[in-house]
Design a binder for this molecule. Structure first.
Ligand SMILES: [Zn+2]
Length: 507
């Protein structure tokens, strides 16, 4: 026993000795060229200031996703509402997931503008019946919400004599009328191609006339939305059920418990932002994860004037992307982190932390397994104080000791191992009038008792001005500050025990 223990100690000591500087080795991979490349794209004229919900932000989201994915890092995307008031009146939410009007669904209703909540949906297969097959074989469908698929079934037993295969009406109007004959209170019709279906409606005077005042609200949805009725796992239950019906030639009519909110209202302006999450799985996939976040949205443009937001927050976004690149490289070279690392790029920040606020209410990774959030918002410039001191080697660290002393100590020792910047805790003072602790996305994590550290260079004369441009960015400073966050994340991800939560509640 003793011998084995010594033996193990000897080997683990050797392993540690060999890898003693592995964190610094990878921290030195943080590269000004890649940081600059990302920042120049995000702050360019073509991204139009990245205003949430607008084309520029959508282009930025697509760019971020493509960069992560080109490096073999899987991404997940989440829509979030930008203006809560207009969106509740003009959106469809199925089991906490937002769906986009005209992309995922559209509806026809004779009801006055209203918001409806539905809790039970009856899945009625292909919505057809014949002498020995009936998708409506369910006690009392009247007034219920129905979900049917308008796809032609391919019966597997159709050649056998025992089964006379029912056929689905080829034309949409006859089909809708026959399903509506069951007198449902609400009707969801899933179609393969929503756009094609809308062309069919536009091309038929009869259909249009019928849909102007249908007997109940009729919502056309795509298969992605239909799938969501069955929960949030990755299994395609909806299409699987249809396949099983075709195979066995037996209906699978059933009630599904779902929470659906749908706003029936025309002509309301709706805008959605996009949170992008990228994941590098740790060697212990069940361990709590380390989040590294930054908002990538900015103020957009006023007439022809573009607010580039190079510092706010193309700088933080490029840092997050660069850390993901280096952590992935380390993993590919046999140095996977112990804990999963999650890179979160949120939008809606400039509209009131809306993306992160939606995220913590609808997390894509469990909050109880979220150990910490390291948030970066503006790290490419020098503020007035340090400009007058002629020293850019600093960063304001905010909130790191508020919930966990461990976190404060780790940031501190990561800094000593790395570039030894001045860690300025000035804004941590509870009576600081700027209240920066409450002003970026980490705050929504802190509100959920997740320890946070916020990295920030302070404000400057170009803050929230069209003059916050890429030519004023100090890429060497982004590099140093990113290295600090990187080393902090490395230690958080690899230390034997998760950090301790000392106090609960936002202070
Ligand atoms: Zn910002």
């Amino acid at each position: 026993m003793r011998f084995r223990l010594l033996f193990l100690l000897f080997f683990s000591f050797r392993a540690v000795a060999q890898n003693a500087d592995i964190d610094l080795h990878y921290a030195n991979e943080i590269n000004t060229d890649t940081l600059q490349k990302t920042l120049l794209v995000l702050a360019s004229d073509s991204l139009q200031g990245r205003e949430s919900g607008r084309t520029g932000q959508k282009l930025a989201a697509a760019y971020l996703k493509s960069v992560y994915e080109s490096r073999g890092i899987p991404t997940f995307q989440q829509n979030h509402p930008l203006n809560r008031k207009t969106n509740t009146a003009f959106s469809m939410i199925i089991n906490d997931q937002y769906f986009i009007y005209y992309e995922d669904y559209y509806y026809y209703s004779a009801l006055p503008d209203t918001v409806l909540n539905l809790n039970e949906i009856v899945f009625s297969g292909f919505g057809i019946q014949s002498s020995d097959y009936n998708d409506f074989n369910y006690t009392d469908l009247e007034g219920k919400s129905l979900l049917v698929s308008f796809t032609k079934p391919e019966w597997k037993k159709k050649k056998s004599k025992s089964f006379s295969a029912p056929t689905q009406q080829k034309d949409l109007l006859t089909y809708i009328k026959s399903v509506a004959g069951q007198k449902p209170g609400f009707l969801f019709i899933a179609v393969k191609d929503l756009y094609q279906t809308s062309l069919t409606v536009q091309g038929s005077f009869e259909l249009q006339k019928y849909l102007q005042s249908p007997p109940c609200p009729i919502v056309f949805i795509n298969e992605k939305a239909a799938q969501r009725f069955f929960g949030d796992d990755d299994k395609p239950v909806f299409t699987d059920l249809l396949t099983r019906i075709e195979k066995k030639c037996k209906p699978k009519t059933q009630a599904i418990a779902s929470r659906v909110t749908i706003g029936l209202k025309y002509d309301t302006k709706y805008l959605l932002g996009d949170n992008i999450m990228a994941k590098i799985e740790g060697s212990d996939p069940n361990a709590p994860a380390i989040f590294i976040s930054a908002h990538y949205d900015h103020l957009g443009k006023r007439d022809t004037l573009i607010f580039h937001g190079a510092d706010d927050n193309a700088s933080g976004t490029s840092a997050v992307l660069e850390m993901a690149r280096v952590f992935k490289k380390a993993k590919d070279e046999g140095h996977a982190p112990l804990r999963t690392l999650i890179f979160l790029d949120v939008s809606g920040e400039e509209k009131g932390l809306l993306g992160s606020s939606f995220y913590v209410k609808h997390p894509m990774w469990p909050l109880e397994k979220t150990m910490v959030d390291l948030n970066i918002d503006m790290i490419g410039r020098i503020d007035e104080k340090y400009d007058s001191l002629k020293n850019g080697n600093y960063v304001y660290v905010i909130g790191s000791d508020k919930l966990s002393k461990d976190l404060y100590n780790i940031v501190d020792s990561a800094n000593l191992r790395g570039d030894q910047l001045i860690l300025d805790y000035k804004y941590d003072s509870p009576d600081d009038p700027n209240r920066f602790y409450q002003r970026s996305d980490h705050y929504n994590f802190a509100k959920n008792n997740i320890p946070v550290a916020f990295f920030f260079n302070g404000t400057h004369e170009d803050y929230h001005q069209p003059t916050d441009t890429a030519d004023k960015i100090h890429f060497d400073l982004i590099q140093k500050r990113t290295r600090l966050v990187f080393l902090t994340a490395w230690h958080l991800a690899n230390r034997p025990r998760p950090i301790r939560l000392d106090s609960v509640g936002v202070r």
